[in-house]
Ligand binder design. Sequence first.
Ligand code: DQA
Length: 158
Amino acid sequence: MLPDATGGTNLLKLMVLHGPNLNMLGKREPSVYGNVTLDSINENLRALAEELRVELSITQSNHEGELITLIQEAPDRGVSGVLINPAAYGHTSVALRDALLAVGLPFVEVHLSNIHSREPFRHQTYLAGIASGIVIGFGANSYLLGLRGLVEKLRSGA
Ligand code: DQA
C-alpha cells in the first residue's frame, strides 16, 4: 500500500493499451477521429489518473503479439484492470480476447468513433461480450469516461 497525499491508500494500478494505428491520431482520417493526438489523450488520462489516485502504465502498439504479451504479464506486474482501445484488432482478434479471458482482469473497451454507425465489419468486436463496460463514440472523451467507469467498478467491487 502506498500512502497518498490525503493519507488514504493508492492501491489501483491500471494498464492502458492503444491498438494499431492509434499512434497516427491527429493525422489519420480527421473527419472520423478529429484532430486529437495520442499524446494529448495520454496527457488527459494521466491528469485524470492523478485526480482519481490510480497509477497508469500506457502503451500503444501496432503488434497484436505485443499487446497479448502485455496482457499476459499484467497480473504479475500488479495490474488490477485494463482500459483498452483495441482499434482494428477488436474486430479481428480472437487471440486478444483469449488473452483477456486467460488473465481474467476486468477491462473496459473504448472506441473514439461510434463503430455502430460505420461499416458493418466494425459493428462487432470480439471483446465487447466479455468487457466490464464499453464506451463508444465520444472521441477522446471515451477514454476518460472509460477510466472513470473502470476505477468506480474496481473500487465498488462490482
Ligand atoms: C477505433 C475504431 C476501429 O474500428 C478502428 O479500426 C480504429 C479506431 C476507434 O477508436 O474509433 O482503429 O477503435
